[in-house]
Structures are given as structure tokens and as C-alpha cells.
Design a protein around this ligand. Structure first.
Ligand code: PLP
Length: 397
């Protein structure tokens, strides 16, 4: 008996394949340095955990309304109004089990089969997977490497737009590149969006993970709010990846559709976890500030070691917890022919695990250089020093 034909269009997050590889090596007794997954080795702040326990004891264990509990929708609307500088109400917020479900629900809400969707490449691999799964045509837009890190190639993006282009997925701050848009880049992007009447998914999973300056949301540009869905998540800012709590935020007519999808897919997000979410937003931010300080120190150590490796070059971004070093020359020197070979041999010879450009969407035809992604959110400073120095010694000899 055959399975559904549409499954041929369903992609995956191949970073999890590297996790399987690291388990094998760990089982053989090897020390592994986990730079491959964007998870955090920080505990969820205690006041958030306490409220979750209390909510269970208070009996918040039945279904909640499908759009989420009112108090959390209110709290998120207020948070986004303050941080994005654009007014939102509770009925423009739909609670989700994590940020990830917003991607597929946005596509289901706005895309017909055959519509084209622009998305960043390299970029979070679920964009490509979900666009194709729901019958959209994936249109990857590229980045240019400059002295200030990667920038969206706006000329290339404009050339990809046709009459069939319906939406754009935009991720600021960006996984895996670690970069953010300048005001100028956002301005150019919003002009194109308005001119071509596009819907926008603004993936803001890393909005609060930054070491200096302030993140700006594309919704703050004139005319953007009523065509944009924000992907909002508790995963990174509050070290809550496993709790599965996030939200879709945007115009009520799209949020109503997303609420209907909630009813069909999961009925509601975990009820007592939603109370923990309120505590996260309204509680003290001491743990968040400490986490950002620690992440900044890790970033500095990782960048210094990576840039000291012969044939490796990396830009030091002020956002996210990812680095995207160019390893082309180092691979040449070592006689390594592919990124897959690099990953496999690095784990086997040094225990250092990382993902590569190939884990973030299909390689574009004109790409010549090779990049890896280093996530420093799940490793200690000592592990960074030890692991990346091992990698250095291995690559240089
Ligand atoms: N968007 C981006 C760019 C991400 O990197 C991630 C997770 O790593 C997500 C969305 C989804 O995060 P979550 O589902 O944990 O909220």
C-alpha cells in the first residue's frame, strides 16, 4: 500500500541527523562538542517554572480556548506593542505550540497551489519544506557577503518577483547567518513588498537575542502591519525550547484563519504552559540579562579562535547565537572535497559537531564558497575553547 504522494514534498531539519551521528560517537565513549544545534544549555528561569507547577495544581489541565487564554494574548499584544512600536490587541494574537507552527499555518492561510513564495537561502530549512508541502513554488533569495556581514541581495530579490509571487518570508535576526537588516535594507524590502502587494511572514524568533543596539521589526514600516504575520516565540529569550510556546501575531482576518487551523490541528496549546508564558513576559528579566551576557562572552571567544584558524574567516554578528564561518581555504588545504565529508571527519577526529550551509536550504547555483554554522548556545566557554582549538589544530595539520 502506498503512502500519500504529497510526502515527496516534505523536507526536514537535517541538523537532527547530526545529533544522531553525535549519539553514535558518544556511545563509543568519545567527547562531543555540540555546536550543531540551536538549543540552550540555560535552565528556564525559576519564576516561570514555579508558575507552571502552580497552574497544574490550580487545575489548569483541561483544554484552553483554541486561540489561547485571554491573559496571555493580552500580555503578548502589550509586549509586541512596546517592543515593535506598533499597536496590537489580543484578537490579533493566536497562541501556538512554539514558533515553528506559525510557518506552516501562515502558508496554509495565504498560499494557493502554484503561488510563489520568496524565502531566504541560506535560511531556516522548514520554510522550503512547508512551502513545497502546501503546493507553493519556492523562490530562494540570496545574500551578499560584505565587510559588515551578510546583506540581502535586494536586486536579486526584485528580479525573482513575478505576477505569481504572493508572499515573502523574512527572518530578522537571521538563522544561520547571525546578521540583522539595516534600516536601509528594511526600507528597500518594505518598498518591494508594498509595490508587489505581498504577504509577509516576519520570523522574529531571535528578536531579543542581541548584544548591542535594538532590533527593529518590519511591521514598524508604513503599510506593513496589515499584511504581516509575526512569528513570536518564548523558546530563545526565556530558554523554553522544550516547553513549546509561541504565537502568530497579525491582522485579525488572518489570525481568525490561524485560530481555525488551531482547532483542526491541536485544539489548543498546552493550557498550564500558557500561564508560565505570562510569568515569562511580566516577571523579572535578570535571568535573560545574565544569559545575554554569557552568550556575548561565548561569541567573543568563539570568533577569536575561529578567526585564528588558517583558512577560516568569520564575521562577528551582534545578534542570535550563530556564527557562519567561511571554511573554503581550510577545506582546500586539508584536501576535503565536500561539506558532508568535513562534518563527518571533524566529528570523528575532534568530536566537534556543527551544521553547514547544506542544512539551510538547497545550495544556489552560483554559490562558490563553503560555510559552516557554529551554534554557541549549548556549549560552555571551556567547551568552546577546548573544542574549537581541537578543530584548529586538526584543520591546520
Ligand atoms: N525560526 C527560526 C529562524 C528558528 O531558528 C527557530 C528555531 O530554531 C524557529 C523559528 C522555531 O523555534 P520554536 O519552534 O522553538 O519557537
Amino acid at each position: 500500500m502506498s503512502l500519500a504522494k504529497r510526502l515527496k514534498n516534505l523536507g526536514t531539519e537535517t541538523a537532527f541527523k547530526i545529533s544522531e551521528l553525535t549519539f553514535e560517537w558518544k556511545n563509543k565513549g568519545y567527547k562531543i562538542y555540540p555546536f550543531h544545534i540551536g538549543d540552550l544549555n540555560f535552565p528556564t528561569p525559576e519564576h516561570i517554572v514555579d508558575i507552571a507547577f502552580k497552574a497544574i495544581k490550580d487545575g489548569k489541565t483541561g483544554y484552553s480556548p483554541s486561540p489561547g487564554i485571554l491573559a496571555l494574548r493580552d500580555a503578548i499584544a502589550e509586549d509586541v506593542t512596546n517592543s515593535r512600536g506598533v499597536k496590537y490587541d489580543y484578537n490579533e494574537v493566536s497562541i501556538q505550540p512554539g514558533g515553528k507552527p506559525v510557518i506552516g499555518k501562515f502558508i496554509q492561510a495565504v498560499i494557493n497551489p502554484g503561488d510563489e513564495v520568496l524565502y531566504p537561502s541560506p535560511g531556516y530549512p522548514i520554510y522550503e519544506s512547508q512551502i513545497e508541502y502546501f503546493g507553493g513554488i519556492p523562490k530562494p533569495y540570496r545574500f551578499l557577503e560584505t565587510n559588515e556581514g551578510f546583506k540581502i541581495d535586494i536586486g536579486n530579490l526584485e528580479s525573482l518577483i513575478t505576477k505569481k509571487t504572493k508572499a515573502i518570508i523574512y527572518n530578522n535576526c537571521h538563522n544561520p547567518l547571525g546578521v540583522e537588516s539595516s534600516d536601509g535594507e528594511m526600507e528597500a524590502l518594505s518598498e518591494l513588498i508594498l509595490k508587489n502587494d505581498l504577504y509577509v511572514l516576519s520570523d522574529e524568533a531571535y528578536f531579543d537575542i542581541r548584544y548591542r543596539g535594538k532590533t527593529r521589526s518590519i511591521v514598524s514600516f508604513s503599510g506593513l502591519k496589515n499584511r504581516t504575520i509575526i512569528l513570536y516565540t518564548f523558546s530563545k529569550k526565556y530558554a523554553m525550547t522544550g516547553w513549546r510556546l509561541g504565537a502568530a501575531i497579525g491582522p485579525k482576518r488572518i489570525i481568525d484563519v490561524i485560530n481555525k487551523l488551531n482547532v483542526n490541528i491541536e485544539s489548543c496549546t498546552n493550557h498550564f504552559v500558557q500561564y508560565a508564558g505570562i510569568s515569562a513576559i511580566k516577571g523579572p528579566d535578570k535571568d535573560y540579562k545574565n544569559m545575554i551576557q554569557e552568550l556575548e562572552e561565548r561569541r567573543n571567544i568563539a570568533c577569536d579562535i575561529l578567526n585564528s584558524i588558517n583558512g577560516v574567516r568569520v564575521y562577528k554578528p551582534d545578534t542570535t547565537f550563530y556564527l557562519f564561518p567561511d571554511v573554503t581555504e581550510a577545506m582546500d588545504k586539508k584536501g576535503i572535497k565536500s561539506l558532508d565529508e568535513l562534518v563527518f571527519r571533524a566529528i570523528a577526529d575532534t568530536g566537534v559537531a556543527f551544521t553547514t550551509r547544506s542544512h539551510f536550504g538547497r545550495r544556489l547555483p552560483d554559490e562558490k564558497r563553503y560555510y559552516i554554522r557554529i551554534a554557541y548556545s549549548g556549549v560552555t566557554k571551556d567547551e568552546i575553547r577546548e573544542g574549537l582549538n581541537r578543530l584548529k589544530e586538526w584543520l591546520e595539520n
